[in-house]
Design a protein around this ligand. Structure first.
Ligand code: NDP
Ligand code: PYR
Ligand code: MG
Length: 655
């Protein structure tokens, strides 16, 4: 057995051969004694050290691995790196962050062992003024920081005070994005501990404004940009992303950003925001998330003329050119990150959304959030409302304004759920659901000209040109807005529905707030306090005739983080519709008598981590039941397991 010093010098030699970064740190600074160097080397090897990307390096690493194993280097500080998460989030524990308890020290891996100004500039490991005296000594931070040491809790207070001092919501957004780039754990701690206050900033509605002005507020790039120019090289682009253990990708082509239309590459704000919620709400480790915007051009003339537009200045590519890029992208995702990388399609226009989902659902782990996530969250709200309205889902009559991704996605899940309750077929259940699109009521007489996703709802009904006529003719008990057009639930429509229905359910789901079909106040006022209301973007409580109603936010952000968590902890290979039913059921179960007394159809976001763990466990259980899970054996207590895998934003101690 060689002495530690010998092992250490071997390790230094090997490391300096394998890649300049780690070797540089070791030899340049003699920072570590021989034995810890051996530990570092062994850690990097047992973790696969996948950050050293090229295959030549990988071959060298594998040779090193063999040599180091020959030296019998033990790795006392590194626990089972594969599968025993305790704190820290995620299951692909490449860096050993999860396996270590909060009391144990861990190495702040970047591509090098970060120290000095590099450590301060690395958002994953930077702690700002919270670096301890010891850490300041060990990591060459002396002089680079003022002498004060403050706690992470105090930093949270300071950030909040700053964010609150901005009057303009967009300034708050910029401040939070800057923080995310500077100090990731602090960003997530602030967001998680003040989620109700900050969600409307990092997500709808303010993220909508941020996307509209993305070129103007652009500072540093977030996420990965893939354009038509990158045809043939998409895999290389993915390799440029610094993280190698990506587990969740959110991708958009920017054509239907919220209800704001085609924002081209400025749509990047959406994947960035959604993935921040995967971490903050669903506990997915940030390093395993990857926001992607695909640039195939834009048809938005204003953007094409805008000097600050960040995307290609050309009209959108369509047909074969579009499909070829998307196909290359989807295949590259699997090549780069393996079969089980989850790809969430977000804010694609419906002419691509439905067909992309259909095309890749059987070959990739994919889902479309606007179709399926929205369906699940709406279903949860409807189920939660039943104790207020009385009856079962099958007793209701549904009318949608908007027959696109969100509208038909929700319609389909309602029909599926009603049919699963055993009383009727999906086809029969669809008969209680009608859709109004931009041309009026979807009817049989329009069948030939209808897009495929609307056809199942082309019932044999007389035509109706607008929503009010459709409401009068059909007398729905539930009205759902998914049109992306603000103010379309007019006073007349709301008065009409409450004229024949005691407790109509009104869901104005379009985002951002400006596109909401009506406000919460309008809903309660024009139905004379009769309705049960939920909305896609946040509204404060409404008091009508002395009674205060809490407005639940029917937004897919309740669902997608739990879907991601459930897929990851079960090692799911495909996303199945039944997982969305399971997610909806788990969410609806969170509603109790207290919520119902205030007409609140969704739980408070302050409870969201617990809720996401319930949803994640339900989704994982469904994956096991359907034979789609690969993480075996199945953990006995999926809820406890889900919780144990969730990322904690608390600072870690650095050796
Ligand atoms: N709360 C949530 O979680 C979610 C909310 N949404 C919101 O829902 C909205 C729609 O999204 P999505 O379904 O993906 O978009 P789509 O583009 O797929 O669908 C929009 C639908 O609205 C119809 N429409 C447009 N204008 C009118 C109008 N004036 N009157 C009646 N119908 C109209 C369109 O008609 P046509 O088919 O004739 O063009 C189309 O059927 C957006 O605002 C989005 O932000 C989306 C996902 C999740
Ligand atoms: C919430 C969401 O996904 C949307 O409005 O598109
Ligand atoms: Mg969306």
């Amino acid at each position: 057995m060689p002495s530690p010093r010998t092992v250490g010098s071997h390790a230094i030699l090997l490391l300096s051969r394998c890649g300049r970064q780690l070797g540089d740190v070791a030899s340049r600074r003699s920072l570590y004694s021989a034995a810890p160097i051996a530990d570092l080397a062994a850690q990097s090897l047992s973790a696969g050290f996948r950050d050293i990307g090229c295959s030549r390096r990988q071959r060298k690493l594998s040779a090193m691995d063999t040599q180091l194993r020959g030296l019998q280097i033990s790795t006392p500080d590194v626990l089972d790196l594969k599968n025993t998460p305790t704190v820290g989030g995620g299951v692909g524990d490449t860096f050993g962050e999860d396996a270590a308890t909060e009391d144990q020290t861990l190495t702040p891996w970047t591509r090098i062992v970060a120290s000095g100004s590099e450590l301060l500039r690395d958002p994953r490991y930077n702690k700002g003024l919270a670096f301890t005296e010891e850490e300041r000594d060990r990591h060459y931070l002396r002089g680079l920081l003022p002498p004060t040491i403050i706690s992470q809790e105090l930093q949270v207070e300071r950030v909040l005070q700053n964010v609150r001092s901005y009057k303009n919501p967009l300034e708050k957004y910029i401040a939070l994005m800057d923080l995310q780039e500077r100090n990731e754990r602090l960003f997530y701690k602030v967001l998680m501990e003040h989620v109700e206050e900050l969600l409307p900033i990092v997500y709808t509605p303010v993220v909508g404004e941020a996307c509209q002005k993305y070129g103007n507020i652009f500072r540093r790039p977030h996420g990965l940009y893939i354009s038509l120019k990158d045809r043939g090289n998409v895999l290389d682009l993915l390799k440029n992303w610094p993280e190698k253990n990506v587990e969740v990708i959110v991708v958009t082509d920017g054509e239907r950003i919220l209800g704001l239309g085609d924002l081209g590459l400025h749509g990047m704000g959406i994947p960035v925001g959604k993935l921040a919620l995967y971490t903050a709400l669903g506990g997915i480790r940030p390093s395993s998330t990857l926001p992607i915007a695909i640039d195939v051009g834009t048809n938005n003339e204003t953007l094409l003329k805008d000097p600050f537009y960040i995307g290609l200045r050309q009209k959108r590519a369509t047909g074969k050119e579009y499909d070829a890029l998307l196909d290359e992208f989807m295949n590259a995702c699997k090549q780069a990150y393996g079969e089980k990388v989850l790809v969430q399609f977000e804010d694609f226009a419906n002419h691509n959304a439905f067909r992309l989902l259909q095309k890749y659902a059987t070959t990739h782990l994919v889902f479309n959030d606007d179709i399926q996530g929205t369906a699940a969250v709406a279903l949860a709200g409807l189920v939660a409302a039943l104790p207020i309205t009385g009856g079962t889902l099958a007793d209701h009559k549904f009318l949608f304004l908007g027959a696109g991704e969100a509208g038909t996605g929700i319609a389909e899940i309602i029909a599926l759920e009603v049919s699963k309750q055993g009383k009727t077929s999906v086809e029969e259940a669809r008969k209680a659901i009608s859709l109004v699109d931009s041309k009026g009521l979807v009817t049989k007489s329009r069948y030939e000209s209808l897009q495929e996703h609307k056809r199942p709802y082309a019932h044999d009904l007389p035509p109706a040109q607008d929503l009010l006529s459709a409401v009068k003719a059909l007398k729905p008990t539930v009205l759902i807005g998914t049109s992306g057009k603000g103010g379309t639930f007019t006073r007349e429509v709301l008065e009409e529905i409450s004229s024949y229905q005691d407790k109509p359910i009104i869901m104005a789901l379009s985002n951002p707030t400006s596109q909401s079909e009506c406000t919460a106040e309008e809903a309660y006022k024009y139905t004379k306090g009769k309705c049960v209301f939920a909305s896609g973007s946040p509204f404060g409580p409404v008091t009508y005739e002395g009674k205060t109603y809490v407005v639940g936010q029917s937004n897919n952000c309740y669902i997608f983080p739990g879907i991601g968590l459930g897929c990851i902890i079960s090692g799911a290979i495909r996303v199945h519709d039944d997982m969305f039913l399971a997610a909806a059921e788990a969410l609806a179960k969170q509603i109790n008598e207290d919520h119902l007394a205030k007409n609140q159809l969704y739980p408070a976001f302050s409870e969201i981590r617990e809720i996401s763990a319930h949803i994640g466990a339900a989704v994982a259980a469904k994956a096991y039941e359907l034979g789609l899970a690969t993480r075996l054996p199945q953990p006995k207590d999926l809820f406890a397991y889900a919780k144990s895998c969730m990322y904690s934003p608390n600072y870690r101690k650095y050796r």
